[in-house]
Design a protein around this ligand. Structure first.
Ligand code: SF4
Length: 325
């Protein structure tokens, strides 16, 4: 599908591209690395990494002269910092070919090394010819990757220290993996309806508008060829996930969940749930609290629709997401 990075066959784990130095590989210009323990040890328990070091893979040595972006922030040159050797064409040619090969790797996203003239995703320093820097650039490989796969989840290691950005990124890659697994079972209308049903509340927590658009698209599934049907669904799904779930949107979804317990919850249970939703909405407690309470009622009252919802268990508890206010 356009903008996708789907593999021919499904893999067991989430496949994630990553800047090699974040995995501890000694590929930096100074012979060092930038090991990120959360990525390698914690998230690494759930994903299979595809490491990419643009500078080494395009044929440069370790150690090597440092480099930087110079000129137009939208189309900068990549120059070595001291001797001014222009590596732009070499890097662009390599990046063009590398992203095409990555298209067959089944990646669910990419984690880039921040600040790098090759790998940085945003706010990379770009220098004027006179040597004045401004943080307005994108690394050459990162730009080629994002241009090729505009809807794939991408992040930088530094931004992943922000709990909300981390949660959003991880939710997106797990959802994309579930989507890929669903595709691997065949592009049938039945599979599409099944995926849509399970992920309705998750999508609603990101975008009520795209939740409705996806619902309309699935409702008119009979009028479309399978390729078109799945390609458009995927596009809308990934667009929805790009929009962040906020406390207000989450609180609305949790209230929506309450509707499934009408006539089932006792007055105290209802009151308790309402209170924790409001405390969460007000920023007093983390999402894990109302989500756990809803999960408790789902089990206690055996609510079949909510039991299916990925929203209530979107990623492994070991990742300790949804625990912040
Ligand atoms: S930032 Fe990118 S180019 Fe630089 S060492 Fe890391 S992976 Fe290689």
């Amino acid at each position: 599908m356009p903008g996708d990075a789907a593999a021919e066959s499904p893999s067991e784990r989430i496949r994630l591209g990553v800047s090699s130095c974040l995995m501890g590989e000694k590929v930096r210009y100074d012979g060092g690395h930038k090991l990120d323990r959360f990525l390698r040890d914690t998230l690494g328990s759930f994903v299979e990494y595809v490491p990419v070091c643009p500078e080494v893979e395009c044929g440069l040595a370790v150690p090597r002269e440092a480099m930087r972006l110079v000129g137009d922030p939208e189309a900068p040159r990549l120059l070595t910092s001291r001797s001014g050797v222009d590596l732009t064409d070499r890097m662009l040619a390599w990046a063009k070919e590398r992203v095409e090969r990555l298209a067959g790797e089944g990646l669910c996203g990419f984690v880039f090394k921040s600040g790098s003239p090759s790998s940085g995703m945003e706010r990379v320093k770009v220098y004027t010819p006179e040597g004045m820097p401004s943080k307005t650039g994108v690394g050459i490989f990162a730009r080629a990757f994002m241009d090729r796969f505009p809807l794939l989840p991408v992040e930088e290691e530094g931004r992943l220290n922000d709990p909300k950005l981390r949660e959003n990124f991880i939710e997106r890659i797990f959802t994309l993996k579930r989507w890929r697994d669903s595709l691997a079972h065949g592009k049938t209308r039945g599979n599409l309806v099944d995926f849509h049903t399970r992920n309705k509340l998750l999508v609603l927590s990101h975008s009520p508008e795209l939740y409705r658009a996806l619902g309309r698209w699935v409702a008119h599934a009979k009028g479309h060829e399978a390729e078109e049907l799945f390609a458009e669904y995927q596009k809308l799904l990934l667009e929805a996930l790009q929009l962040k779930a906020t406390p207000r949107k989450n609180a609305n979804v949790l209230q929506h969940c309450m509707g499934y317990f009408k006539g089932v919850l006792g007055p105290d249970e209802k009151q308790e749930l309402l209170e924790v939703i409001e405390r969460y909405r007000g920023g007093l407690i983390p999402l894990i609290v109302p989500a756990t309470l809803v999960n408790h009622y789902v089990r206690k009252y055996d609510e079949p629709y909510l039991r299916l919802q990925t929203y209530l268990n979107p990623h492994p508890v070991e990742l300790q997401l949804r625990n912040h206010v």
